[in-house]
Design a protein around this ligand. Structure first.
Ligand SMILES: [Zn+2]
Length: 260
């Protein structure tokens, strides 16, 4: 996975952005290690939840025409979203991390068990049934278990089903358990930060743009989210040449001042 990040150490030294666009990779830990042209090494922590990263991975794969990868990432995002929701419900019930981890370990390899856990937590918390989409497992099983290569249209339909499930549950969590949801995000950020070597400077990024809980509003459907993400990517890539020019100007100005 990739992120474009500024060097915050340059910002601290210069008192303004260096405008150097730094492209960095990140993986499971959701931390990108960057090095700017001035030699600052730092870590960028992504605030994004795993399901948000997987949704963005799906969007990128789909935009590039890799449909089986897109469907597979969507399916993984769907599963990890239930894990996130379970964390929020447990936070609401003041369950300790250790107790939750011990229980989750027993269901971690079987997503059906996790979805079952979610359904009962929803029932107990809200006193009503949550009706899951019955169509999601069909395409998921074809892609994951039979190596079926879907068309872009099929992936978009699949993405819409998954997006609607995630969107509607997110709205529910936001309206009923906003502070618990924020706490889960902060706990996750803390545990990511603890894995970075202590002496490494770090900055936090909101991370994924396709679907982000850090935004006040989320796009209402998959089509809208995909179109908006495509536009945002074009703006970022389109601005890279200008950022490089600005960065050159900043470097020149610093040298003239005899600074860094
Ligand atoms: Zn720097």
């Amino acid at each position: 996975m990739k992120i474009v990040a500024p060097c915050m150490e340059c910002q601290k030294e210069l008192g303004h952005p260096s405008f150097e666009p730094i492209f960095a990779d990140y993986y499971e830990g959701a931390v990108a290690y960057i090095e700017c042209s001035r030699g600052h090494k730092s870590a960028v922590l992504l605030q994004s939840q795993k399901f948000e990263i997987l949704l963005e991975s799906a969007a990128n794969a789909l935009l590039e025409g890799y449909t089986i990868e897109a469907a597979s990432s969507l399916s993984a995002a769907y599963e990890r979203f239930f894990e996130f929701s379970i964390n929020v419900f447990c936070k609401k019930n003041a369950i300790t991390k250790q107790a939750l981890d011990e229980t989750f370990k027993q269901v971690s390899k079987q997503s059906e068990r996790q979805i079952g856990g979610f359904l009962f937590l929803h029932l107990i918390t809200f006193g009503s049934n949550y009706a899951l989409s019955k169509r999601i497992p069909e395409l998921r099983n074809k892609v994951i278990h039979q190596g079926y290569i879907p068309t872009p249209e099929e992936v978009i339909d699949f993405g819409e089903l998954i997006y609607q499930e995630i969107y509607s549950i997110t709205q529910l969590l936001k309206s009923r358990m906003q502070s618990e949801m924020q706490q889960v995000i902060m706990d996750d950020l803390q545990s990511k930060s603890e894995k970075i070597p202590p002496e490494t400077p770090r900055a936090t990024s909101t991370g994924a743009m396709f679907f982000s809980l850090s935004m006040a509003e989320q796009k209402r459907d998959f089509h809208e989210a995909l179109a908006s993400y495509k536009d945002a990517k074009e703006v970022i890539f389109g601005s890279v040449p200008y950022m490089k020019l600005l960065n050159k100007a900043v470097s020149l100005y610093s040298k003239l001042r005899g600074g860094v």
